[in-house]
Write a protein that binds this ligand. Structure first.
Ligand SMILES: Nc1ncnc2c1ncn2[C@@H]1O[C@H](COP(=O)(O)OP(=O)(O)OP(=O)(O)O)[C@@H](O)[C@H]1O
Length: 712
């Protein structure tokens, strides 16, 4: 039970703040707390779901102290924002009015500074010591701990004060255990035959597969990534866009094939969280292998290697997801039939998915995770790649790794990247066991220009440098100038004009696609129809309007409606929910229809003109596929989409729309992800400069126990 009472006398500022919200009072009782949570829910500061967890706890465990109920509601709320746990020490820090007043903080409630202040005021009425909160949770009867096991309890409390929903705790433990297991060398009697390769042989192959590099240009991290990945059963290759992750992994596949004792038996799978990213991965790898085959004919059976690569697929499909159930066809008892699995866009893999993937992967198989650790994490809980790559900038290679890398690549790692010197550079948490299997690619091959410089400035939280890039007279990067003192509707009309016609220096918008749609096929017959469909889809995919928010005038909902209305009027598109030219995004997997969450298609008439179908293209070499529009119920119009949903895709021109007010979702990761979707041109729409600056300065950190479980 909670025994201590709050001390309001300690800090006069706290007392003042407290007086703003409630008369000083003692610890609230359960009824008062639940009424307060309901009130916060009515104000939109908590979700119904969050309050429901507190209510459920109060009903099921009548002895649960109020601190436990509040912790449960906040845990549910933070889980909804992607955290896998809450840290009670951090929650207790919110008692300080100063902490609550920092409006740019993500905040523990989904509301303005007043919401955080209300939480601070409530926390002031509850005990301030971690030990009291831990005791309250233990006393609730709903919490499992290491010392008091309650296996069926919905919550789990760790000794350091991290509180979890049980399934996240279980997934974190499973991921950490599987990773540690994979860090051990494969068993000698490994039936699939992945003996450690001979370093001299690795070096010979690396010299063949990679162009020579002048040592003055620094380490060749791509070769190092291949050497590191060949060494173990788990490898992480992280790097910004265009740093050559796919280029490197194509060579890694060639190396794996060349050095494997029985290459013709190899089962290689490629996967990504979204269908589009999976198709892009396969396309890039096919192209890279084709080029290698032409440059190095006869050194490998390139055709056989190509055949070993199955179609790239989504992780959901790979694991055998079934509709309307969380169970998967593949798990520890029904493992994947694969020897080498490459997963791209791993930053989007959430904790539950990573746990399922690691469970379903046979112990002998090798897993290579590719991704950009600086991108937004998935919407679901967990930031697994970010956790895995914590400290990757500093390398933290031990003597064995440095020796292996030297033997395989002939390169001596910079001392600052090796332990123990790297520790002084990092200064943060102890290096993770994964550091020995992680390589960060550091040179962008694609993004030399203004887009790359802007992305780097954003990633460094450098508002001044970002402003400088935006001021450069470079067609690749521009900021939409909104008229001084314009009304909101005039400003939004400019955004719609940008979305349709682009801007000077970057004329791509949706107009090209809609013009092509109006023009129709260039002749009769199926072939002409297919060319037209592909042309319309390609034209659509050259531009995207990305929003930070879903709701509101400056969010996906508002801008979709405005662009749709304008496009309807200008191209005389038919009325009604479904019309030829409606771009849609699938919002839910439907294996029966072959569509997946995040797939983007356009409604167009069938070749015979009798029905309206939604068309999707999966890759350059594949014919478009289509689904009857009327059968797709889980879709939304996609002239505008969220930055979150754009992950794994690239567009020639991207316009990123920020709202005029600060919002908890705004962060440098979101802006960085939006910018790096752009290949040739990027346009920033930021009606309020201070919101842009504040977003850049805010780095999100998801609470997670993984780094702790994987360190040392
Ligand atoms: N060592 C290299 N030598 C020559 N060209 C390279 C090298 N590494 C990468 N490239 C080229 O740079 C471009 C970007 O590489 P790649 O697509 O592999 O990057 P990526 O990190 O996978 O990018 P993204 O994150 O956007 O998928 C490609 O055209 C690739 O062929």
């Amino acid at each position: 039970m909670i025994r201590s009472t709050p001390d309001f006398s300690a800090d006069p500022a706290q007392a003042d703040l407290f007086a703003l919200f409630d008369p000083p009072a003692g610890v609230p009782d359960v009824a008062e707390l639940l009424a307060l949570l309901d009130d916060w829910c009515a104000q939109g500061w908590l979700r119904r779901l969050d309050v429901a967890l507190a209510r459920w706890l109060a009903d099921e465990c009548p002895q649960a102290p109020v601190a436990a109920l509040l912790a449960a509601a906040l845990l549910a709320q933070r889980e909804g924002r992607g955290h896998t746990c809450i840290e009670l020490t951090e929650l207790l820090a919110q008692r300080r009015p100063g902490a609550a007043a920092r409006a740019d903080d993500e905040g523990w409630l989904d509301g303005p500074a007043t919401a955080q202040q209300a939480l601070a005021a409530l926390l002031q009425r509850l005990p301030g010591a971690l030990a009291d909160w831990m005791a309250a949770l233990r006393d609730s009867g709903a919490v499992d701990t290491a010392s008091a096991r309650r296996p069926g309890a919905p919550l789990r409390l760790e000794d350091d004060g991290r509180l979890y929903l049980r399934r996240h705790w279980r997934d974190e433990q499973a991921v950490a255990q599987a990773v540690r297991e994979r860090m051990r060398p494969a068993a000698q009697d490994d039936p699939t035959g992945w003996p450690a390769p001979d370093p001299a042989e690795v070096r010979r192959w690396l010299d063949r597969l990679f162009a020579p590099r002048d040592p003055k240009d620094g380490p060749d991290w791509q070769r190092i990534a291949c050497a590191v990945a060949l060494r173990g059963r788990l490898a992480l290759i992280t790097g910004g866009p265009g740093t050559g992750k796919t280029y490197t992994v194509a060579r890694l596949l060639a190396l794996g094939y060349a050095l494997h004792p029985a290459p013709r038996t190899l089962r290689i799978a490629l996967a990504a969280p979204t269908g589009k990213a999976a198709a892009r991965l396969k396309q890039s790898i096919d192209l890279a292998l084709q080029q290698l085959g032409q440059a190095l004919p006869g050194v490998l059976d390139w055709a056989d290697l190509g055949e070993r690569l199955r179609e790239a697929t989504t992780l959901h499909r790979l694991l055998g997801a079934r509709p309307d159930t969380r169970t998967l066809r593949h798990d520890a008892r029904h493992p994947l039939e694969v020897d080498l699995l490459v997963v791209d866009e791993a930053s989007m893999v959430h904790l539950e998915m990573m746990a399922a993937l690691l469970a379903a992967l046979p112990a002998s198989a090798r897993l290579v995770l590719l991704g950009d650790r600086d991108q937004l994490a998935s919407v679901e809980a967990g930031a697994v790649l970010g956790d895995f790559c914590r400290g990757a900038v500093h390398g933290h290679y031990d003597a064995d790794s440095a020796r292996w890398i030297a033997d395989c690549t002939g390169q001596v790692l910079p001392p600052a990247m090796c332990l123990p010197a790297s520790r002084t550079q990092d200064g943060a948490t102890p290096p993770l066991v994964l550091a020995q299997q992680t390589v960060m690619l550091r040179e962008s091959r694609r993004f030399g220009g203004a887009i790359g410089r802007l992305a780097l400035a954003v990633n460094d939280n450098d508002v001044g440098r970002a402003a400088q890039v935006l001021r450069e007279r470079d067609d690749a990067v521009a900021r939409l100038t909104l008229p001084e003192g314009a009304t909101e509707s005039a400003a939004l009309a400019q955004v719609v004009a940008l979305a349709l016609d682009g801007r000077p220096g970057a004329l791509l918008g949706y107009a090209a696609c809609l013009d092509m749609l109006r023009a129709g096929p260039d002749g009769p017959g199926e072939a002409a129809h297919q060319r037209w469909v592909v042309g319309v889809l390609r034209a659509f995919d050259r531009f995207r309007l990305l929003c930070a928010l879903r709701e509101g005038a400056w969010g996906v909902a508002g801008l979709n409606a405005l662009i749709e209305a304008r496009a309807r009027a200008r191209w005389r598109l038919p009325a009604g929910e479904w019309y030829a030219g409606r771009p849609v995004m699938v919002t839910r997997n439907d294996p029966a229809l072959g569509v997946h969450n995040g797939d983007v298609g356009i409604a167009l008439p069938s070749a015979d003109g009798r029905s309206l179908r939604v068309w999707f293209v999966d890759g350059d070499d594949l014919p478009p596929r289509s689904v009857m529009a009327s059968r797709l119920s889980r879709v939304e119009t996609a002239f505008a989409m969220t930055v979150h949903k754009s992950q794994g895709s690239e567009f020639a021109h991207v316009a990123l729309v920020l709202p005029p007010q600060m919002n908890p979702v705004l962060s440098c990761e979101l802006v960085y992800t939006g910018i790096t979707r752009a290949k040739d041109a990027f346009t920033l729409v930021a009606p309020d400069r201070s919101v842009w600056a504040r977003a850049l300065q805010r780095r999100t950190r998801r609470a997670s126990g993984l780094p702790g479980l994987l360190s040392g």
